[in-house]
Design a protein around this ligand. Structure first.
Ligand SMILES: [Zn+2]
Length: 195
């Protein structure tokens, strides 16, 4: 099983930050690192990263990387924003799949959205469809998660915490393992718990 965990953007990306200045990439990157840690406990899982700390890897490169590796799954992690200028009340978590509604992606998105809400207790904004480049061009089952709003004061505070980042990572790892039936029993599931 080959999976790409993709931390959206890069440290250098402009206008991708909370109102009070945390880079989106900092959150995205932490989550995928924790998720990889959890997933790699299963020998069946080969986890790859398509991002790079030294530069903002283009969407074209990210898609090519995944397609060249012939990965099964591509999960891109992001934090959302609404009118990036000032704090506002828009909040919650949403997961995107391509507008052609690929069934595998839809099923995984359902699990992931459910697990994210379960682990974070944030508002469920549901599964959305879009014609985003990565969703369209990546051959693998592809989804994009928006794990909370950088323009919402409460969620920006959460996005900075290790606890919230680990909760999102746990939701991702659980969803992938459930999706591919890699949880053999509840004991195995417990070993994946951080707390
Ligand atoms: Zn983003």
């Amino acid at each position: 099983m080959k999976i790409v965990l993709d931390a959206g953007h890069g440290y250098q990306a402009v206008n991708r930050q909370t109102i009070d200045g945390m880079r989106e990439y900092e959150f995205n990157r932490a989550v995928v690192h924790y998720a990889r840690e959890l997933l790699m406990r299963k020998p069946e899982m080969n986890v790859y990263f398509s991002h790079d700390d030294s530069r903002d890897v283009s969407l074209v490169e990210r898609a090519k990387f995944s397609n060249r590796l012939k990965t099964d799954l591509f999960i891109s992690i992001h934090a959302n924003s609404y009118r990036g200028e000032e704090w506002n009340g828009v909040h919650g978590i949403e997961t995107y799949i391509h507008r052609s509604m690929p069934i595998e992606a839809y099923r995984l998105a359902q699990r992931l959205q459910r697990n994210l809400i379960h682990h974070t207790q944030r508002l469920d904004r549901g599964i959305k469809t879009a014609d985003f480049y990565l969703l369209r061009e990546v051959n693998a089952t592809a989804i994009i998660c928006e794990c909370g709003f950088m323009t919402n004061r409460d969620e920006a505070r959460l996005l900075k915490t290790d606890r919230y980042r680990r909760a999102c990572a746990k939701a991702i790892a659980d969803s992938v393992l459930e999706h591919y039936f890699l949880y053999k029993n509840t004991a195995a599931r417990k070993t994946l718990q951080y707390q």
